[in-house]
Write a protein that binds this ligand. Structure first.
Ligand SMILES: Cc1ncc(COP(=O)(O)O)c(C=O)c1O
Length: 448
């Protein structure tokens, strides 16, 4: 049977239309979800996440030994940690907050990989104290800090070096990371010296492998194949220089998803299958043993599982013919359009079979920036009061959300077989005041 790869479909795997002509996700009527939880509302379809993880597992099935990490930066909360653990995946964390979330969910430390191009002393200490976490070291000065902290704590840090292979994937330049002048990772020319430094610190550092991540929302396989060849060269050089077979290769994530019906990202199953067979080939041709292979997709696991529900508010028709329909959210809950000019697909969740409009409509956010546009020129016959669903908001929406204009972040509801569980509560106005402090001198003035 063909393996389902949810990253190629705009809608979540479980999406349906019911007899009331409403969008149904995870067996739940989205119109009912909107009245129960309010809008804006993030929905997450558990089945899509499970299918995506299964597709990667199937794609790696022929490879001798591998591990799938979920890149938590795409979307993380306690429930997501539990779900990822239940799926048997490891976790890529990139901050003290993500690590703290994983620890609070009792995530197995040995399956946690710590990333970041500027890990602080506190972050490294927290990582080493968590247990056998893996630290992906970004640069030589970070190596020195990790060695020093591991010494102080009497621990041995299990590390991989992140290298910059000089490969540029087909994506927006803000989310490409593998190019030679990237802020991430060690330039290839500095790798062997860094390996030498790591090997000198045998008491505190255990160097187990190399890592790279070339970028995000890439649709093509070629940059990955090229990157694997370059990494295999690095392993070979380490072997020649130090007589060492590094056991682990982590090739990052970055596979894209279909945001538009016309998008054709590679299926996540094919990605895992092709990349792993390239690893076998590249290592075999250099007479190197196949490394323990680690992949760390984020967007392609959770992106298409997400749907955001908005209520349509005021509409206006400008003299030039441009029509705006504003919704009750926007750039604070989804900063991707204003950051990367990201494109999205929408539907009218309360009347799915409504025919498309003859004139285009611009779906505008409610925040105080002209750039806060969710979709420019969509042919949606939507109007005030409609429930608008935006697909593919599972990755880098909640995790990049802000409180701009002093707005609480929406709730997030996990949907599965007719059950809807809030896994993140909506932030209230009181939550917005929680960290506020007023100096006495100003309070006194207000009391006068
Ligand atoms: C080191 C690393 N690994 C994995 C990922 C996940 O990428 P994606 O969500 O595109 O799969 C990222 C994203 O930026 C990353 O920086």
């Amino acid at each position: 049977m063909a393996v389902i790869s949810p990253n190629t479909r705009v809608q979540p795997h479980s999406a349906q239309i019911n007899s009331d002509d409403h969008l149904v996700v995870g067996g739940c009527d989205t119109v009912e979800l909107a009245s129960r939880f309010g809008t804006p509302l993030y929905l997450l379809d558990e089945l899509t996440i499970r299918k995506a993880a299964e597709a990667v597992k199937q794609g790696l099935a022929q490879y001798p030994e591998s591990r799938i990490l979920y890149a938590g930066k795409a979307f993380l909360c306690l429930a997501m940690c539990h779900l990822i653990d239940d799926l048997g995946l490891g976790l890529d964390v990139v901050s003290a907050g993500e690590l703290y979330t994983a620890r609070a969910a009792n995530f197995p430390p040995e399956l946690i990989y710590m990333h970041g191009n500027n890990k602080s002393r506190q972050e490294i200490e927290a990582g080493l104290q968590t247990g056998a976490v893996n630290i992906v070291v970004d640069n030589a000065s970070e190596l020195a800090l990790v060695g020093q902290i591991a010494n102080e704590l009497g621990k041995k840090a299990r590390i991989l070096f992140r290298v910059t292979p000089g490969v540029v994937p087909d994506t927006h330049h803000y989310i490409a990371t593998g190019h030679t002048d990237s802020k991430f990772g060690l330039p290839l020319a500095e790798l062997q010296a860094a390996v030498a430094l790591a090997l000198e610190q045998k008491e505190s550092i255990q160097l187990v492998g190399l890592h790279t991540h070339i970028g995000s929302q890439s649709h093509e396989i070629e940059p990955y194949l090229e990157m694997v060849e370059i990494l295999a060269d690095c392993f070979q050089e380490v072997k020649l220089n130090f007589g060492l077979d590094l056991p682990e290769l982590n090739i990052g994530g970055g596979l894209g998803i279909a945001y538009l019906e016309t998008d054709r990202p590679m299926a996540i199953y094919d990605w895992a299958q092709k990349v792993s067979s390239q690893v076998s080939k590249s290592f075999r041709s250099r007479q190197l043993p196949p490394p323990f292979l680690v992949v760390e997709p984020g967007r392609s696991i959770v992106g298409t599982a997400g749907v955001t529900l908005y209520r349509a508010g005021h509409s206006k028709l400008l003299p030039g013919g441009l029509r705006y329909l504003a919704v009750d959210g926007g750039m604070a809950d989804n900063p991707r359009p204003i950051t990367y000019q990201a494109k999205y697909t929408a539907c009218i969740a309360n009347r799915m079979s409504s025919s498309s409009a003859e004139q285009p409509l611009t779906l505008a956010g409610k925040y105080c920036e002209s750039g806060d546009i969710i979709i420019k020129d969509t042919y949606l016959a939507a109007d005030t009061g409609d429930l608008i669903a935006i697909f593919d908001t599972g990755a880098y929406n909640y995790s990049m959300a802000s409180n701009y204009n002093r707005t609480g972040r929406p709730a997030c509801v996990l949907l599965s077989e007719g059950r809807a569980d809030a896994i993140i509560e909506r932030e209230t106005n009181a939550d917005l005041l929680r960290q506020d402090r007023v100096p006495d001198r100003l309070l006194r003035r207000a009391q006068r």
